[in-house]
Design a protein around this ligand. Structure first.
Ligand code: DGL
Length: 264
């Protein structure tokens, strides 16, 4: 018996985490689940989004019987992790903006955080800033279109350099001699287009991608004895909440085949 890891996001962004998990845990069975019918999560009212996430996860957990659930979405984790842990007796690993490593990595003392408007508004995110970066200048920016742009890139659709540059521009600030030198990729979609983000950045910065740290945490939880192995030797599979040929094609390229489709 191996571990069956359910990796959940609103769209394709969680693939950045899925890749890292599959790399670190080659013997585990990965199941990728996207609530693509609810995408993007960034603009949802908070109460409705918690309800939605708890409902979708309930369906996914009954369907897939995972040993560990990874919420590979900052917008969902910063809002609903507590509700999920209360509701389901399973280990959950969340994804929250990597503000602590950015605050440690920065030499200039100015760090940027790119995330969805929802994540930027969360009390959870503000608490991370207060706890780990109160000695830093933190520029939080809610990107209206960046997750969607990442989805477009993954599907092979064109994304304009100028539009991309405009999405990230607000976190590049200059204060006298000092300028932003570390930028948190605070949405799991963004590491998937890190090269494009680097290309259109006004100057070179450290782009902080938490995927490996999350994969390490998943492995720790899976090996801790708190997770019950449920996996089989089946290949990685994927579950969607809305039929989409594009999604199935991208997921197949990543090694996931769709074997179930839930429509809510
Ligand atoms: N991938 C999700 C995150 O990490 C957000 C994308 C969305 O807006 O749904 O925040």
């Amino acid at each position: 018996m191996s571990h069956r890891i359910l990796i959940f996001d609103s769209g394709l962004g969680g693939l950045s985490v899925a890749r890292a998990v599959m790399h670190r845990m080659p013997g585990a069975q990965a199941i990728y689940a996207a609530d693509n019918d609810g995408f993007p999560y960034g603009d949802w009212p908070q109460d409705k989004l918690v309800e939605r996430i708890v409902e979708v996860l309930g369906r996914l957990i009954s369907l897939t019987v995972p040993s560990v659930v990874v919420i590979a979405c900052n917008t969902a984790s910063t809002l609903a992790l507590e509700a999920l842990r209360q509701r389901f007796e399973l280990p959950f690993v969340g994804t929250v903006p990597a503000i602590k490593p950015a605050a440690e990595a920065s030499k200039s003392g100015i760090i940027g955080v790119l995330a969805t408007p929802g994540t930027v508004d969360r009390a959870y995110t503000q608490a991370l800033v207060d706890t780990f970066a109160s000695h830093r200048t933190v520029v939080l920016h809610g990107c209206k279109n960046l997750a969607e742009m990442a989805e477009h890139c993954l599907r092979g659709l064109p994304v304009d350099d100028e539009a991309l540059a405009a999405e990230i521009a607000p976190v590049f600030v200059q204060q006298g001699e000092r300028q932003t030198d570390a930028v948190v990729l605070g949405c799991t979609h963004y590491p998937l287009i890190a090269d494009r983000i680097a290309e259109v950045s006004p100057w070179r910065v450290d782009l902080i991608d938490p995927s490996d740290a999350i994969a390490r945490q998943v492995a720790r939880v899976a090996d801790s004895g708190g997770a019950v192995p449920q996996g089989s030797a089946d290949p990685p599979t994927a579950v969607l909440t809305k039929s989409s040929r594009d999604f199935v094609r991208v997921l197949a390229q990543e090694g996931f085949r769709r074997n179930d489709l839930i429509v809510l």
